[in-house]
Structure formats: C-alpha cells, structure tokens
Design a protein around this ligand. Structure first.
Ligand code: DI6
Ligand code: FE
Length: 407
C-alpha cells in the first residue's frame, strides 16, 4: 500500500499558532504533510494508523519544539556595500537625518547598488538571506529602493526573485520607488514621482516583478500626497500596498496605509490614536521593527498598548537594511520586540509567523494546521518562550520549506 503522506514528524512539542490566540500547544504531537501541504497537526494518539502506514518518511524529533517556519515580512536585504562609516559618524553625534540631507545615507547605498552588476548584487545579498534562513525563516519579503532609476530597481527585484529560486525560500518582492529622491531629480521632484507612478509601476506589474508597493512617508523622503498618488496607481494595477509610516514623525502614515486597505503599516513609533483606529477598521497589520529603533537609539515607542486594545494584528520583522537596521537575525528581532517594545513572547512569535504572513497577504502559511503549507522549523528548544529568550547563536535544527528538508 502506498503511504498517504510524504513525511511525518513524531514526538513534537508543537506550537501550532492555529487559533486566534495562544501558542496552540500540543505536547507529544505529530505533524504530517503531503505534496508540501500539512495533512495532520495534533496529538500522536489521534493518528489513525501506525506511523509507517501513514507516511513514507517517519522521524522522531524527541520532544523538540516545532513551529511554523518564520516569516520576515520587512527587509531591504538586496543592496551593495555597507554603511559602517555612517555608523561611526552617528556615534560621533551626527544624526541620521543630517547625513541623509548631505547626500549620504540611503543615497550612498544607491551609488553602490547602481554600480554593482546583477551577479555582484546577488553575491553580496544572498549571504544575508542565508543568515535568516539558518534561523528557521521560510518566507522573506525583499524591497527595492536602492536603485531609484528603473534599470537598477528592476535589477534589484530580479536579484530578489533569484534569491527565492536559488535558496529555496519564498521571496515576496516589493517595489519601493518612493524611498528617496535620487540626486539627478533633486530639482524635479514632481517629475520623479510621476515617473515612478506612470512608468515604473506598470512596467514592474507587467513583468510580475513585484508583489506589492511600498513608500517611505517621511519629512526626509516623500509627502503623504505623493504617496497617495503612487498608491492610487498601485490600486489600479491590482498591487497591494504597505507603508513606512510614522517612523521619525507623525505624517498620518498609518491612517494613509489603512485608507488604501494596506497590507501593513510599518514602524509606527510616532503613530497616534487616529492611526491605530484606522488600522483596526481596515485590518492593516502593524509591523514593528525594533532593529531600527535600537540602531537609531530611538526613544519613542510604537503604541503597543493601543494596538493591542484595538485588536490590530502585530508583526515583527528585521527591517534588514544597511543604514538603520543592519540586523541579520529575526530571532534577535523577536528578542528585541519583547525587551524593547514589551511584546509577550507569544505576540512576538505570532508576529513572525501568522501575522507576518498576513502582512504579506499570504493566508496559506504561518500556522501548523491541515491545509497550510508545510513550512516548518524544528528548534533546539522545548518551550516557545525560548525563541524570544535566548540571545545569539540560535539556528533552527531542522527546516522544511513546502515540505522539503533544507540541507
Ligand atoms: N527603512 C527604510 O527604508 C529607511 N528606514 C527604514 O527603516 C532607510 C533605510 C536606509 O537608511 O538605508
Ligand atoms: Fe524599512
């Protein structure tokens, strides 16, 4: 008789995240899948047959914690060069904004990224993705935004897609054309915004290179009205939106994203009550980014209590980027979300699984339940709080992406 399932893990301490709240713990659990889709997640005693009759491959994980594969829903990990010199300048007292206005910051990464060939860009970026993967990440969002000309933006998006296919991880790409005003457009702001909206968006949508559209809504970047123009175009093209909102100042970014039924509003350190209420009404996910809060030594905390009170789903991501969050560990982001933002370990795990998947519009993953993708992480841990508690050196012991074991 042919076994019904491909793979069956036994003696798991499952944190399924399958319900509306709680870890969804199952002690002495089993997890089975077939063709990359979960077929069973529950107590071993509920298995209807002997394990060997149920699946082709059967293995015990000896009580280890098993969770959904982690989802990093906000990264800028495709870029060339680094900004270690800027880090030193900031330590000597220069602010992020001053450096940006003087043509450093994002624009220095733009120069390096434009100069890199596609192959070089891939060679520099793939190790950052690999670092995330080692820690149980099975889905990564990657933004463009260090090209600021069409060719380089397309190059970045192609590299992001290649990381997905070459590393065997789901990559969701996001066009971030409104990230900074490129130097050649310094006196032609309106023209640049028009170009992004009227040329880049249709091109990127046509080539299916982006799954979503993002913008940096900030005093040093783009104004709400410019973002709205971009989002209207995205909507016409059927692309969902998300927004870098209210990080350094409150320009009403959270409410803006919500008004376009945004998948997410990200950062939110300066978001007020109206923004939180608008997100709750729209079902927009709050993506919290403790890495940039930490690296910029911010003191204003995102309104976690209000988000909680209003039932806004919270996600946590690395924001991996060369300027404000050179953080190559989602596990450390989880720890920081708890330590710096006072999320509970359960909220932080939900924020890097089911809620992070939702911030990418992916309803097929992020929980261990029949019908969901078999994206699975096995940990050298027994309790889910350990994922938030240990700091450093925390690779997953086994990872399955769409049911396939990662080498
Ligand atoms: N995400 C961004 O896009 C900016 N800040 C952030 O959290 C800037 C990234 C950079 O400085 O390169
Ligand atoms: Fe960002």
């Amino acid at each position: 008789m042919n076994p019904r399932w491909d793979h069956l893990l036994l003696d798991c301490t499952l944190a399924t995240l399958a319900g509306e709240s709680g870890y969804g713990m199952v002690e002495h659990g089993a997890l089975g899948w077939r063709n990359g889709v979960i077929t069973f997640a529950g107590p071993m005693r509920d298995l209807e047959d002997a394990p060997d009759a149920l699946a082709g491959q059967v293995e015990s994980v000896h009580g280890a914690l098993v969770t959904p594969g982690l989802v990093d829903c906000h990264t800028h990990l495709v870029f060339a060069g680094d900004r270690a010199d800027e880090f030193e300048h900031r330590l000597q007292g220069e602010s992020y904004q001053t450096i940006a206005r003087a043509g450093g910051g994002i624009l220095s990464t733009v120069r390096a990224t434009r100069a890199a060939s596609e192959q070089e860009l891939l060679a520099q970026s793939a190790p950052r993705a690999r670092a995330l993967l080692r820690e149980g990440v099975t889905t990564i969002e990657i933004k463009s935004g260090y090209g600021l000309d069409l060719d380089t933006e397309l190059k970045m998006l192609r590299v992001a897609r290649r990381i997905g296919s070459e590393l065997g991880v789901t990559v969701r790409t996001t066009l971030l054309g409104l990230h900074a005003l490129p130097p050649e457009s310094r006196d032609r702001r309106e023209e640049y915004v028009a170009q992004v909206c009227d040329e880049w968006l249709p091109r990127v949508a046509g080539e299916k290179l982006a799954d979503a559209v993002d913008a940096f809504c900030e005093g040093i970047a783009f104004a709400p009205e410019e973002v709205r123009r971009c989002f209207r175009r995205a909507r016409e093209l059927g692309l969902p939106v998300k927004l870098h909102a209210d990080q350094l100042s409150d320009l009403g970014g959270a409410a803006l994203s919500a008004s376009f039924a945004g998948l997410s509003a990200d950062h939110l350190e300066c978001t007020g009550a109206a923004g939180v209420e608008a997100m709750a009404r729209a079902g927009t996910v709050a993506v919290l980014l403790p890495g940039s809060f930490y690296a910029l030594r911010e003191t204003r905390l995102p309104p976690v209590d209000a988000l909680r009170e209003h039932g806004v789903p919270m996600a946590v991501a690395t924001d991996l980027n060369p300027g404000t969050s050179p953080l190559r560990s989602l596990r450390l982001a989880i720890n920081m979300a708890c330590t710096l933002f006072r999320l509970t370990p359960e909220e932080a795990l939900r924020g890097t699984t089911v809620n992070a998947a939702r911030a990418l519009g992916l309803g097929d993953r992020g929980a261990l339940a029949p019908g969901r993708r078999a994206d699975v992480a096995v940990w050298d841990a027994r309790k889910p709080a350990e994922l938030a508690y240990w700091i450093g050196d925390s690779p997953a012991s086994r990872v399955f992406t769409g049911g396939i074991a990662r080498g």
